[in-house]
Ligand binder design. Structure first.
Ligand code: TRP
Length: 338
């Protein structure tokens, strides 16, 4: 099969999160730091609050406005700069949502039902039945990505099947509706898989908003201390970094190392046979120290909700202009009457 070559665009990054609760250390070391790094390297960045996606696996989006604003708060506190990075909610961009319609014509029901991430989410869904939106949200995510012609998508491994959907949509659209000169409208977005450190929650499971085992960025120093004090460890007094056989202890060692920008092996060696209590004290101090400037900024920004909403409005305007240009191009190559 031949593919219509897409135009060579400048690199454009888009990534995002669902506004379902506060961001935690797993997000911070897994993706947030990386986004800030890309922004500071001068890469053009779009960061999206996937508010419509909240209703894929639950009936009602609980405290949506509050979660959305708090997500922006975490972004800004972590160092995303709304002057350089476009931060927006996808529900506020009509042209983006309109792309979902032609895109849905490009994928089969069989393809949608094979998506492993959707299958997994259906298995954990809070709904009794599977909604049409749950089934089709990877296509909506393709609209997120293609509305701004993103070329690079920093995501975790679980999002790779969705990126595949976006790439399929882009390829098929380009084949079916090429420009008069034969070029395609859409670039194929590539995943940018960072080596996200595997941080466990305080119960030894995956750190997650919904499991109540996460240390959120906005937690106070006392809350942080309490959470880490209660973290699961083991009885061996000797501290080692061995994620395969001692996952809980190693996760605390890793967290300390990430905060101090050191090797986990060195951190473990220094702790020697100090036992879990010393490890937890060290980890608490490292986390609180590392997050102190972020938390100070966060508290200042939290006092000004108007500013947070303004960031979202400005972002929606910028993302909206880009999405409208894309939609106009789509309508043109499809032969829609203006
Ligand atoms: N599906 C992603 C999640 O569940 C959120 C998301 C929506 C996203 N649109 C995106 C991520 C576009 C990257 C790019 O976390």
């Amino acid at each position: 099969m031949t593919t219509t070559p897409a135009p060579t665009p400048t690199e454009r990054v888009l990534t995002g999160d669902r506004p379902t609760g506060p961001l935690h250390l797993g997000h911070y070391f897994g993706t947030l730091q990386n986004r800030v790094r890309l922004q500071n390297q001068g890469v053009e960045m779009f960061v999206l609050v996937a508010d419509y996606q909240v209703i894929t696996d639950r009936d009602v989006a609980d405290r949506l406005a509050e979660h959305t604003e708090n997500l922006v708060l975490d972004y800004l506190a972590a160092g995303l700069d709304p002057e350089r990075t476009t931060i927006f909610a996808h529900s506020a961009v009509p042209a983006l949502n309109q792309l979902m319609l032609p895109f849905l014509s490009l994928v089969s029901v069989a393809e949608l039902s094979r998506n492993p991430t959707v299958k997994d989410e259906i298995a954990h869904s809070r709904q009794s039945g599977v909604s049409g939106l749950m089934f089709t949200y990877p296509v909506h995510q393709a609209a997120d990505l293609l509305s701004c012609k993103a070329t690079l998508v920093p995501v975790g491994q679980d999002q790779v099947p969705h990126l595949e959907v976006a790439r399929t949509v882009a390829r098929r659209f380009n084949e079916r509706y090429p420009h008069a000169d034969g070029t395609g409208v859409f670039p194929a977005p590539q995943p940018l898989l960072s080596e996200a450190p595997m941080l466990l929650g305080t119960d030894g499971g995956k750190m997650s908003k919904s499991r109540g085992n996460a240390i959120s960025l906005g937690a106070t120093e006392d809350e942080t201390a309490r959470l880490i004090r209660g973290a699961k460890t083991d009885a061996d007094r000797r501290i080692t970094y061995d994620p395969a056989t001692r996952p809980e202890v190693s996760s605390l060692v890793l967290l300390t190392a990430l905060c101090q920008e050191r090797d986990p092996e060195t951190v473990a060696e220094e702790l020697g046979d100090g036992g879990a209590a010393a490890l937890k004290r060290t980890t608490t101090e490292a986390v609180n120290e590392h997050l102190r400037p972020l938390r100070t900024r966060r508290a200042e920004l939290a006092a000004d909700r108007t500013h947070l909403r303004q960031v979202l409005r400005d972002g929606a305007q910028r993302a909206g202009a880009v999405a409208e240009a894309t939609l106009a191009e789509v309508r043109e190559v499809m032969g829609a009457v203006i």
